[in-house]
Design a protein around this ligand. Structure first.
Ligand code: ZN
Length: 182
């Protein structure tokens, strides 16, 4: 299996808080990125991954809950119905689980990797995952849904993640000199 060059950004990385830009014209670069994102998602045993999580500032996501792979460009939720609460984790906030209330059914309009418009009706887990990934594209994370009590409980864990993400963002040379100092 080819190893992808993409890396998952961790909580604390500013890329996760950016609102992505819409893709104006779908090119092979977008198709390549979507394939790499899917590869990374499977390698990390995730069920969804948004472009902002790998530091790509464009509106793209991949989702596979075990029923098939979706590669979507410029996804938008156009309808919401009902609600559900699920305990969600996130590859960018490892080890943290938050109960999030979301719509139980959603209708999504997007483009596929061939630039064709697609409409997807999703419910339950699939609806939850799409909403989670579209949140990422808007710079929103599961911890934003945490209660004050949960936030206090998570304080230490989030601080650790922030430190880890700062370390991972060091340029290669600095990382090396850090290692030599040990
Ligand atoms: Zn996530």
């Amino acid at each position: 299996m080819n190893k992808t060059a993409l890396k998952i950004k961790l909580f604390g990385d500013p890329a996760l808080r950016k609102k992505v830009k819409p893709v104006k014209e779908v090119t092979f670069l977008h198709r390549d990125t979507l394939s790499e994102m899917a590869q990374l998602m499977y390698a990390e045993a995730g069920i969804g991954l948004a472009a902002s999580q790998v530091g790509v500032n464009e509106s793209m996501l991949v989702v596979d809950i075990g029923t098939g792979l979706y590669k979507l460009i410029n996804p938008k939720i156009v309808e919401k119905e009902g609600y559900q609460v699920m305990e969600e984790g996130c590859l960018s906030v490892p080890g943290v689980y938050i109960k999030v209330k979301r719509a139980r059914k959603v209708v999504i309009k997007a483009q596929d990797e061939g630039s064709k418009p697609v409409t997807i009706e999703a419910e339950d887990l699939l609806a939850c995952v799409f909403q989670h990934e579209i949140d990422h594209l808007n710079g929103k994370l599961i911890i934003d849904y945490a209660s004050l009590f949960d936030k206090l409980k998570l304080k230490k864990k989030l601080k650790e993640l922030k430190k880890r993400s700062e370390h991972e963002r060091l340029p290669e040379s600095e990382t090396k000199s850090c290692k030599l100092q040990l």
